[in-house]
Design a protein around this ligand. Sequence first.
Ligand code: GLU
Length: 472
Amino acid sequence: MQDGTQVVTRIAPSPTGFMHIGTARTALFNWLYARGRGGRFLLRIEDTDRERATPGATEAILRGMTWLGLGWDGEAVSQFARAGRHAEIAHAMLETGDAYKCFSTPDEIAAYRETARAEGRSTNFRSPWRDADPADYPDAPHAIRIRAPREGETVIEDRVQGSVRWKNTDLDDMILLRSDGTPTYMLAVVVDDHDMGVTHVIRGDDHLANAARQSLIYRAMGWPLPVYAHIPLILGPDGKKLSKRHGATGVEEYQKMGYPASGMRNYLARLGWSHGDDEFFTDAQALEWFDLDGINKAPARFDFKKLENLCGQHIASAEDSGILTDLVAYLSAIDADPLTKTQEDGLSRAMYSLKERSKTYGELIEKAHFVLGSRPFLPDGKAAAALDPVSRGILIELTPHLQNASWTRDGLEDAIAAFAGEKDLKLGRIAPPLRAALAGRTVTPSVFDMMLVIGREETLGRIEDATGHSGN
Ligand code: GLU
């Protein structure tokens, strides 16, 4: 890339039916790199495997990207739809002698490899057609192969891996166009990246060897190579490749587990990239800080505790209105009933008390039961245990104090402190039954926050429901 050229990155997922967390991280790195530099971030669906590339599989990727907030520029490009253009380039390389027609049959290739193996030679296929006279060409199906150099080295200057070298004898004359006329993946990626103007290819290091082979196509066509950054894979906490054994690997599963997208972005950015000791950061900070130099060379290990911790911090620091929007999407993702207007209002009023110490939206919704439910609040098992007869008696005696209290935090704290003093009770004896009466649950915001949010009348009504005593 020349100085002053706009940065263009891309994510090029193959539709596999779901969006893998590793793909999400690669997408995020590309998004941060481009967006942080006023560049463009593109999406290409590598849908050439027609069996796997169902519309549903593509939609899963679009949904995952959208949930994560990784907006792309323009339309998503379909690789399959560009097969004609790929073939055109294979033919152009044929014209210049950078590619040749190969009439070897699959059986002949298998036999070549068999013999090579038996003789302890490289099994890279050496086509007898590479130097054949076109006058000898049969009228038969043929593939188009690249005429790869056989001497010297191919070097990829990778921004993460450093200089990586391959002996050209190890790079074979890969097929560009199959005998049925379909392009190979290797050809398609290069042609698409070139045509889309991609300046930086940031992708998993499982593609590093592909970069060497793909660079041969760039060179043959006289196209400038993109900047390469091959990032290490994500491992599970035990150091083995991240898999279902460790936990969820699909992005949408994380959405359903109630993690906020902002926390996911923060966590995924830290998974293999660092900026000093910074753990918690905003999108704006990540956009400003993200650079290829900060990508770690060693594979990152997925740490579920850290993910939860960061998500909790993002929920706590988010705008209340943003959380409400996220909650609506979360409830729809888990097929829960949508919120009523009353519930939304209740959530908005209670949000300040709910967003502290909620690591997921699921936890937040649990804690919000006192504004989501309605009277009578039947206690769950644990809450019922806090409403034994003695405790109910305490609530009955507390009632007149609440009837007369001034309904502010100080007023309520004073009223309960005065009552506790009068009865020689600790707050720890009063709060559990009060909590159980107000919410029917044991995990809730503080009793003061709940009373302030629901108001005096509702507070007294719920105590009455729990004690069976009207207080009049
Ligand atoms: N389609 C490839 C994958 O999903 C990515 C290709 C690339 O980034 O060059 O692994």
